[in-house]
Design a protein around this ligand. Sequence first.
Ligand SMILES: CC(C)(COP(=O)(O)OP(=O)(O)OC[C@H]1O[C@@H](n2cnc3c(N)ncnc32)[C@H](O)[C@@H]1OP(=O)(O)O)[C@@H](O)C(=O)NCCC(=O)NCCS
Length: 93
Amino acid sequence: MLPEHRRKRIGERMLQRLFEVAEVMGGQWLTLEVRVSNLPAQRLYEKYGFRRAGVRRRYYSDNNEDALIMWTEKIRDRAVQDRLAELRKALGE
Ligand SMILES: CC(C)(COP(=O)(O)OP(=O)(O)OC[C@H]1O[C@@H](n2cnc3c(N)ncnc32)[C@H](O)[C@@H]1OP(=O)(O)O)[C@@H](O)C(=O)NCCC(=O)NCCS
């Protein structure tokens, strides 16, 4: 995302849609990789309940940076759904 479009809750709205699509498709968890240096993205994912589960060493071939592997809890769990609803409300959705 271009820097001038950041911090406008676009990332959050995309994640909200991702959880919805995953649920409709019958997914149970979400997982992703993120650069260890990308703290803004990590904060976003943590806000949505992703937790660190491991590291892929030298995952990014452009600079050999490590990737953090992050996973959610089961997306149908009550706690996860409650959190998503609370965050949706804060987004005004
Ligand atoms: C990471 C990225 C997707 C976040 O999207 P965004 O639309 O800017 O973020 P949002 O406005 O939805 O922010 C939601 C939350 O993300 C976190 N966050 C986003 N930018 C942050 C920053 N610069 N510093 C700290 N936390 C940040 C915060 O937890 C924030 O919630 P808060 O405002 O209640 O603290 C966006 O900055 C981006 O496109 N970055 C460049 C590309 C990239 O890193 N992609 C992800 C690759 S894994």
